[in-house]
Ligand binder design. Structure first.
Ligand SMILES: NC(=O)c1ccc[n+]([C@@H]2O[C@H](COP(=O)([O-])OP(=O)(O)OC[C@H]3O[C@@H](n4cnc5c(N)ncnc54)[C@H](O)[C@@H]3O)[C@@H](O)[C@H]2O)c1
Length: 352
């Protein structure tokens, strides 16, 4: 049996693939374009495994998708590939429309052809798991209840709008063509291998370089933090027990303001890597101009997943954050590689 993972060299995709290898002997085909956010080093530990095939390619390339599906005959496809950074989407939304909407459309069309050619027994077990975001629901006021699966779609950034569009495509391809699709909406992930443009790795990187720790606005934007390994376990559980056509919200149950996150992170760094000056890293915090239409609060209600499929997150925010900081401290070569001119030049050449 085989599974196909798109976006496998990114942050969550690579954590998913590595975890899959820890838990099973099933073949994994990883498809990734290796944009600036995709890093093959994330999959270094399995690069020689006969159970892993890496294909560098674009989900918009339908003939490639067709070839991969025919050749490897996956029993499931996990769709992580996306442009994922809100700030970049505000600067230039074109890649977001191309990858998140057009790319998802090509994947759906090729999976549809593949699925139609499967025999009944294989059709029964086949699943397409679409990894989406809580950001499609927009922003919550402090007094409002957490997002549930039926919450209204109100995306506010080009990123979340493009993910919302991909969710609608998934819904329509399930309804119209009977494709066995399950969509998930997770909250903010954190953990090893996260590209240092997102809040937690960015702050670690800045702190270790004695740069200011920039926080948008008043730092009171609230996110529900999900340790990436809990996210991965939820996805495995959904593949095994999830109901086709359903949506599942996945949250960590850790609502924190950005200021709380950065303060906690500084405390951990003060303990694990004290500054030469002996001052706390907190003195590096700087508040910067807020970004436009910045969602105030996201909070996910995962009760459906917990009650119907029996999943629950295991990591407390404090322990997960400590593990994350420790990972970054113990893997300086990973950060050095991403920051190296070789990597940056490659990115600029291939992905400007
Ligand atoms: N990181 C989070 O906190 C978070 C939260 C909610 C939802 N999500 C969703 O989870 C998924 C994975 O997020 P992530 O944080 O790992 O993102 P990421 O940016 O770290 O990784 C995305 C991966 O997709 C690849 N990719 C981009 N365009 C591609 C294309 N056209 N063809 C093939 N591969 C392509 C990139 O090379 C990269 O490896 C995304 O769909 C994202 O919307 C992420």
């Amino acid at each position: 049996m085989t599974i196909l993972v798109t976006g496998a060299a990114g942050f969550i995709g690579s954590n998913f693939v590595l975890n899959w290898f820890d838990q099973s002997q099933e073949v994994v085909v990883s498809l990734d374009l290796l944009t600036y956010a995709g890093n093959l080093k994330n999959l270094d530990s399995i690069k020689d495994s006969p159970f892993h095939h890496f294909v560098q390619g674009d989900i918009r390339n339908r003939s490639l998708l067709n070839l991969i599906l025919k050749k490897y005959q996956p029993r499931a496809v996990f769709h992580f590939a996306a442009e994922s950074h809100v700030d970049r989407s505000i600067h230039d939304a074109s890649h977001f429309v191309d990858t998140n909407i057009v790319g998802t459309f090509s994947l759906l069309e090729e999976v549809r052809c593949y699925f139609n050619d499967l025999d009944i027994e294989h059709q029964k077990i086949f699943r397409l798991i679409h990894i989406s975001t809580d950001e499609v629901y927009g922003s919550l006021e402090p007094y409002e209840p957490k997002f549930i699966e039926d919450s209204q779609y109100k995306p506010n950034s080009p990123y979340s709008a493009s993910k919302a569009a991909s969710d609608h495509l998934m819904r329509a391809w399930h309804g119209t063509y009977n494709l066995p699709i399950i969509t998930t909406h997770c909250s903010n992930n954190y953990g090893p291998y996260q590209f240092p443009e997102k809040l937690i790795p960015l702050m670690i990187l800045h702190a270790l370089s004695e740069k200011s720790l920039p926080i948008y606005g008043d730092g009171q934007h609230t996110r529900d933090w999900l340790y990436v390994k809990d996210h991965v376990s939820a996805l495995r559980c959904i593949l095994e027990k999830g109901i086709v056509g359903e949506i599942y919200n996945i949250g960590g149950g850790n609502e924190k303001t950005n200021l709380e996150v950065v303060t906690k992170l500084c405390e951990i760094l003060d303990e694990l890597r004290p500054r030469a000056s002996k001052k706390s890293y907190r003195s590096l915090v700087t508040f910067i101009k807020d970004r436009p239409f910045h969602d105030k609060r996201y909070a996910i209600n995962s009760a459906k997943l917990e009650k119907t499929l029996g999943w629950k997150p295991e990591e407390l925010f404090e322990t997960g954050l400590r593990k994350t900081v420790t990972w970054f401290l113990e893997n300086p070569e990973w950060l050095d590689h991403i920051l190296s001119s070789e990597y940056q030049n490659w990115t600029n050449q291939h992905y400007s």
